[in-house]
Design a binder for this molecule. Structure first.
Ligand SMILES: NC(=O)c1ccc[n+]([C@@H]2O[C@H](COP(=O)([O-])OP(=O)(O)OC[C@H]3O[C@@H](n4cnc5c(N)ncnc54)[C@H](OP(=O)(O)O)[C@@H]3O)[C@@H](O)[C@H]2O)c1
Length: 364
């Protein structure tokens, strides 16, 4: 079924961040595991050059969602990858062996923090030649999430996002940094308000000194953010820091909140993880229903967004990176074999404080 670069050049085993039991980053380790093989016509096998870490990797590896995910072990972490295709399934026509690509693997193909990974062709895009593998690895999961959330708001807001005021907390977080740039330079927002800790203010101002629209920087550790923004002045809030309910008074009547950081609705969970137990689905639907009701009392449309793997969206993001509209933001970089540095990077992501942009792990 698969067309391989040279079958002999794909080793039978590979090194991967593979855990034998659920645990915290301090328990993670590198293991030698079988190299994954293509089993479906639409799959591609990628030699990974770089991969990046997302909070969900740590949540899943902790076992917090085990009732819904029903994982098997060894459990290889990771969804993002940038690398070179070394084999394609029989149904793949637009991608070829040797193509440099980036991907957010679909949920059932998790396991990109490794020397090789499988993704589906429809979740994979050609990497622009001008983008490094490290930069490309930093984009997929966060880029697709904020792109899908912003497109939803663009469709739901009267007149779309052009000329509007937007609030995105955590401007130098993995999601926040792509969102601020997309909103200004692609979707035409007039003003983007963001929050940062004081040590990051100057870095953000330097990074974003050029570009469309105004950026307002607030120090969330000292400023009274709600007073500084003012009631009913924001058209769209992209909730990256689970603060949607506290920010409700800021959103004007008819405005939109898309949260990526509060708990998903039960239906969203079920759509991603078929074996989610009914009680979990019911409870999450209840919490989500209360949040929607609270928002509706302010005249605000509230919804949770769980990103979908999507190669077409990645192509769009790659084009905007090439055009200089998005600059990938990479913070820590570690080599896969350097477990001390890998664990440190994961621990910073787990803390949710102090990091800048994305933590990237190089497999080559
Ligand atoms: N729904 C989805 O499909 C989806 C997809 C991606 C991510 N997410 C979720 O979205 C959230 C953000 O993800 P991420 O990848 O952007 O995380 P991240 O990069 O790990 O975010 C960490 C950063 O957030 C900043 N931060 C922490 N608390 C803050 C606050 N109260 N106000 C402003 N900034 C604050 C920290 O900066 P300081 O050091 O300055 O405090 C830190 O650098 C996570 O909950 C993640 O699970 C959901």
């Amino acid at each position: 079924m698969a067309q391989a670069i040279k079958q002999s050049s794909i080793p039978a085993t590979m090194r991967a961040l593979a855990i034998a039991a659920y645990g915290k980053p301090s328990t993670y380790g590198i293991a030698t595991v079988p190299t994954p093989q293509i089993t479906q016509p639409d799959e591609v096998l990628i030699k990974v050059h770089a991969t990046s870490v997302n909070p969900i990797d740590i949540v899943l590896a902790s076992g917090a969602l085990k009732m819904a995910t029903k994982d098997t072990f060894p459990f290889i972490l990771g969804y993002d990858a940038a690398g070179t295709i070394v084999a394609v399934g029989s149904g793949v026509h637009d991608l070829k062996v040797g193509n440099e690509v980036f991907t957010r693997a679909p949920n059932h193909l998790r396991g990109t923090i490794a020397e090789y990974c499988i993704s589906s062709a429809s979740a994979t895009a050609r990497k622009p030649a001008s983008m490094t593998f490290v930069d490309a690895a930093s984009i997929p999961l966060v880029g697709l999430t904020v792109l899908q959330a912003i497109r939803r708001a663009d469709a739901e807001l009267d007149g779309g996002l052009k000329g509007k005021t937007v609030f995105v907390p955590g401007g130098l977080s993995g999601t926040g940094s792509v969102a601020v740039q997309l909103l200004r330079n692609v979707f035409g927002a007039k003003k983007v308000i963001t929050t940062l800790s004081p040590g990051k203010m100057e870095r953000a101002k330097e990074l974003w000194k050029d570009g469309e629209g105004e950026v307002v920087y607030l120090d969330y550790t000292k400023d009274d953010v709600n007073s500084a923004i003012g009631p009913k002045t924001v058209d769209f809030m992209l909730d990256t820091m689970a603060s949607a309910m506290e920010s409700l008074p800021l959103i004007r009547h008819g405005g939109v909140i898309v949260t990526i950081s509060k708990t998903p609705s039960g239906d969203e969970l079920k759509a991603k993880f078929k074996s989610a137990p009914w009680i979990m689905v019911a409870l999450l639907n209840l919490v989500d229903g209360v949040n929607r009701w609270r928002a509706s009392r302010h005249g605000v449309k509230y919804s949770y967004m769980w990103m979908n793997a999507d190669g077409k969206g990645l192509e769009d993001l790659g084009t905007w990176v090439e055009e200089g509209k998005i600059k990938p933001l990479v913070g820590n970089i570690a080599q896969l074999e350097d477990m001390e540095a890998v664990k440190e990077g994961f621990e910073e992501v787990q803390k949710g404080k102090g990091g800048i942009g994305k933590f990237v792990i190089k497999a080559l």
